[in-house]
Design a protein around this ligand. Structure first.
Ligand code: ATP
Ligand code: SF4
Ligand code: MG
Length: 321
């Protein structure tokens, strides 16, 4: 499998009144064609900021270093060097993103079909009107929306939450992107609908050979969709590996803590991780998890631990590994 998307040392810095912070810090990841990578971490760990960097949608004033390479066709693109003009082709055309709340991408006063047609025309302006319409209906059908022709005539508020989520997925994939970033797409849905959407994403990934970056704070969800898992803490990847290994034999105390706190994976009593994620303006000097870690040692505070090999294709950023 060839890599579709690769980041190397990707770092995002943002200005705050108390100085620059790094919500994304030295992140190196790769996603192959047809592969799903689950990105997990508590609120504020930098998951959304990483995806916004990969979509060219960072807040004004952001400083970026490191690399992100998209190899969707024969000529790989260095994403962090794209102009806004080039981003318009890549965004939606090569990398697309879906969000927790479909109404952040759907226009409430425009019919579903017309919105999808607009997304297609943005990338294929020369396509005939009839062809654009056909592609839009195909996109709805592919997202398993029943009676796509009549649904296309409806407004977003006329759809149930699950159907709206499907319509958003249809729109994101309408222009044929190679990479899909799904940022907590099922968090707001009830468990049954959540399962259906996860199945849909899994099927689309396989059918379209998409690279899928699936973001969630829920390890139970990751177990259902991801082949590989990366765990993020205070802007850094602290563990990465095959989903089976990370979820059954986690090597980093933080990942172990997340598992003990997961209502979906853990039967019986849940143990929340004590303490809170540190402020980016006041990170500990060494391991960022040290203030919350029951296994801390004296050398945990001297420097940020490197990612160390913890098994086959499995790495963890902890001195105990
Ligand atoms: N415009 C901004 N300026 C400075 N810091 C910001 C800005 N936007 C977000 N942050 C900080 O960046 C960090 C990462 O935020 P991000 O939204 O990526 O987290 P997340 O992992 O997606 O969390 P959640 O699970 O809640 O969605 C947080 O500490 C947040 O406070
Ligand atoms: S490096 Fe030290 S403080 Fe950090 S997770 Fe490992 S044992 Fe805990
Ligand atoms: Mg987020």
């Amino acid at each position: 499998m060839s890599d579709l998307l690769e980041t190397r040392g990707l770092t995002v810095e943002l200005p705050t009144p108390s100085g620059w912070v790094r919500p994304v810090n030295d992140v190196s990841l790769r996603i192959a064609e047809g592969e799903s990578l689950g990105l997990v971490g508590e609120s504020g760990s930098g998951k959304t900021m990483l995806s916004l960097a990969l979509m060219g949608l960072l807040p004004p004033g952001a400083r970026v270093s490191g690399e992100a390479t998209l190899a969707a066709d024969a000529s790989p693109r260095k994403l962090m060097a794209l102009s806004e003009r080039e981003w318009r082709d890549v965004r939606g055309g090569e990398i697309a993103m879906i969000f927790q709340e479909p109404m952040t991408s759907l226009n409430p006063v425009m019919r579903i079909g017309a919105q999808i047609e607009e997304a297609i025309r943005a990338h294929q302006p020369k396509l005939a009107v009839s062809e654009v319409k056909r592609k839009a209906i195909d996109a709805l059908r592919r997202a398993a929306i029943p009676e796509p022709e009549s649904r296309a005539q409806q407004f977003p508020h006329q759809l149930s939450g699950g159907l709206r989520q499907r319509a958003m997925i249809a729109m994101a994939l309408a222009a044929g992107p190679r990479v899909l970033i799904a940022d907590e797409p099922t968090t707001a849905l009830d468990v049954t609908v959540q399962k259906q959407i996860l199945h849909l994403l899994d099927r689309l990934r396989r059918e379209l050979k998409l690279g899928l970056l699936f973001i969630t704070h829920d390890l139970g969800v990751v177990a259902q969709v991801a082949e590989r898992v990366a765990v993020m803490y205070a802007g850094r990847i602290i563990e990465e590996g095959p989903a089976r290994d990370v979820l059954t034999k986690p090597k980093h105390p933080y990942t172990q803590g997340l598992l003990k706190a997961s209502p979906t994976l853990r039967r019986g009593a849940l143990t929340p991780i004590p303490g809170v994620v540190p402020q980016l303006t006041a990170l500990p000097p060494g391991c960022a998890f040290e203030p919350r870690c029951e296994l801390r040692r004296s050398d945990c505070v001297t420097e940020v631990p490197a990612l160390r090999a913890a098994g086959e294709n499995h790495k963890a950023r902890c001195v105990l590994v």
